[in-house]
Design a protein around this ligand. Structure first.
Ligand SMILES: NC(=O)c1ccc[n+]([C@@H]2O[C@H](COP(=O)([O-])OP(=O)(O)OC[C@H]3O[C@@H](n4cnc5c(N)ncnc54)[C@H](O)[C@@H]3O)[C@@H](O)[C@H]2O)c1
Ligand SMILES: CC(=O)N[C@@H]1[C@@H](OP(=O)(O)OP(=O)(O)OC[C@H]2O[C@@H](n3ccc(=O)[nH]c3=O)[C@H](O)[C@@H]2O)O[C@H](CO)[C@@H](O)[C@@H]1O
Length: 429
């Protein structure tokens, strides 16, 4: 039986390991995080996606072994984090480097190494290959090496893992063949053969930058529509009746640990980011824009009590990385401080000058309070994630808790006429 060692069993690695184990491969999932390994081994994986939980439990029954030690294997799959360095806006490849060294120590002639982490163009060939070659083996000649980017959508991972198309790019044809042979029996989507690993890396980043740019377009349209005092939601719906137009939905900004990061990777060895950087700026500025809208209504946010509903980066997920909700809360605090003094004072001022109550039914964080505590005596309610729970909020019950009657619905989850009928000033995007 073909043996596989998946390096990193976080969100992507765990699902990939489970897919392979359920498909008949002999799979070890190596992760240095002892707690993660223990709870995964106990059938309690760190996920709120019910079908992923079941998928992992099936994999454990099929022999999948989570371990804190890596093992030799015919195929090594690297699924480690690739965060963005906030200062330099460059990819931090430290985890890829250390994982590469681990694999180099285990590598045997004829093995295959697949990098699934999202990386800047050129990483597989010019960064990972030399690290693996410290084993004394030569990439292409002695072992196969390919990039196979992951494109699953959080919230729908098990379905997309099987049904999405895949892009596979090896450092040579034999490497591409070896990687395709691994996924082919398990995947129902089409497997696309990239001309090389760098093209596969680039294509993955282009997909995420494309989506980020398109959300930025929707956000700009929403801001323009407001200037004409018309509804962006209706505008987008009408514009999308054209057969070749599909404007996305405006929102409080773009979160998660892919879309706000991956577009910068495209500029790793190039100065030519322009539109893509502008889109990043537009999306990041949505939090300030929402504070502006709130100030237009409240006069000032200083000393206001604001209930922020939803700190997950999008609806019905528990992930709060690069969360628009938290970003909005930070901008509220900064604005309230600025109103109290100079920018220099604001930077050092420990006082808050605004009472921000954060709430989210999906996220586990000690800063969060219950929905009722967030809304009690609040001057305004701001929805920043499209959780299903918020679609069913009853305006009369909310009204009985709040002091003010202002609602900002940045994700279009509420019915504007229903909230207006209950006496609220409804601010949408
Ligand atoms: N989450 C997504 O939606 C998504 C989708 C597509 C691609 N990606 C990409 O996949 C990669 C992994 O993302 P994720 O969301 O699974 O991250 P994650 O943080 O959930 O998991 C990464 C895991 O790697 C482990 N790890 C760190 N160093 C290691 C090492 N040297 N050896 C073995 N394990 C190590 C960590 O302990 C962690 O459990 C990233 O490059 C990400 O950009 C993520
Ligand atoms: C190209 C693509 O599809 N890539 C996906 C993406 O996954 P994701 O979960 O990050 O993607 P989204 O669901 O788009 O959410 C991102 C943010 O954009 C906001 N948003 C979205 C649509 C909209 O109309 N208006 C918005 O405002 C939303 O609220 C949230 O904050 O990256 C993963 C990792 O690489 C991929 O694997 C996965 O395929």
């Amino acid at each position: 039986m073909t043996t596989v060692c998946v390096h990193g069993i976080g969100y992507i690695g765990l699902a990939t390991a489970a897919l392979l184990a359920n498909g008949g491969y002999d799979v070890v999932g190596y992760d240095p995080d002892e707690k993660l390994v223990e709870r995964t081994r106990d059938g309690n994986p760190r996920t709120t996606e019910a079908d992923l939980r079941e998928f992992v439990c099936d994999a454990l029954d099929a022999g999948f072994e989570p371990k804190t030690e890596p093992v030799q294997a015919d195929i090594h799959i690297v699924c480690v984090p690739t965060p963005l360095d906030d200062e330099t806006k460059r990819a931090n490849l430290d985890y890829v480097e250390s994982s590469g060294r681990t694999v180099a120590n285990l590598l045997r002639e004829g093995d295959t190494v697949i990098l699934e982490s999202t990386v800047p163009p050129g990483t597989t060939e010019t960064f990972l290959a030399p690290i693996l070659e410290s084993s004394g083996l030569v990439a292409g000649a002695d072992f196969h090496l390919a990039h196979c980017p992951e494109t699953v959508l959080p919230g729908n991972i098990v379905h997309e893992l099987v049904h999405n198309d895949r892009i596979v790019g090896g450092i040579d044809d034999a490497s591409t063949d070896a990687a395709i042979a691994l996924y082919e029996p398990l995947v129902e989507g089409t497997i696309h053969r990239a001309p090389d690993a760098t093209t596969a890396e680039f294509a993955k980043l282009a997909q995420n930058a494309y989506r980020d740019v398109n959300v930025a377009f929707a956000n700009e349209v929403a801001r323009l529509a407001h200037d004409y005092d018309i509804s962006a939601r209706s505008t987008v719906e009408l514009a999308n009746s054209h057969p070749r137009v599909n404007v996305l939905q405006p929102g409080p900004g773009v979160g998660g640990h892919c879309l706000p990061i991956d577009p910068y990777f495209l500029g790793h060895e190039s100065d030519d980011l322009d539109l893509i950087l502008a889109a990043r700026r537009v999306n990041d500025s949505m939090a300030d824009y929402l504070v502006d809208r709130l100030e237009e209504e409240l006069g000032s946010v200083t000393d206001a009590r604001i209930a922020v509903l939803g700190v997950a980066y999008k609806g019905n997920v528990d992930d709060a990385r690069h969360s628009p909700g938290y970003h909005f809360a930070d901008r509220l605090v900064t604005r309230a401080r600025l109103a109290e003094g100079s920018a220099a004072e604001a930077a050092t001022d420990g006082g808050l000058h605004v009472d921000v109550r954060l709430s989210d039914p999906h996220v586990d964080d000690e800063r969060l309070v219950s929905l009722e505590d967030a809304l009690r005596d609040a001057d305004a309610m701001v929805v920043t994630a499209d959780h299903d729970e918020y679609r069913h909020l009853d305006p009369d019950s909310v009204s009985s808790l709040m002091a003010g009657r202002v609602v900002v619905d940045s994700k279009s989850v509420l019915d504007p006429s229903e909230w207006a009928a209950a006496g609220f000033t409804y601010l949408g995007l």
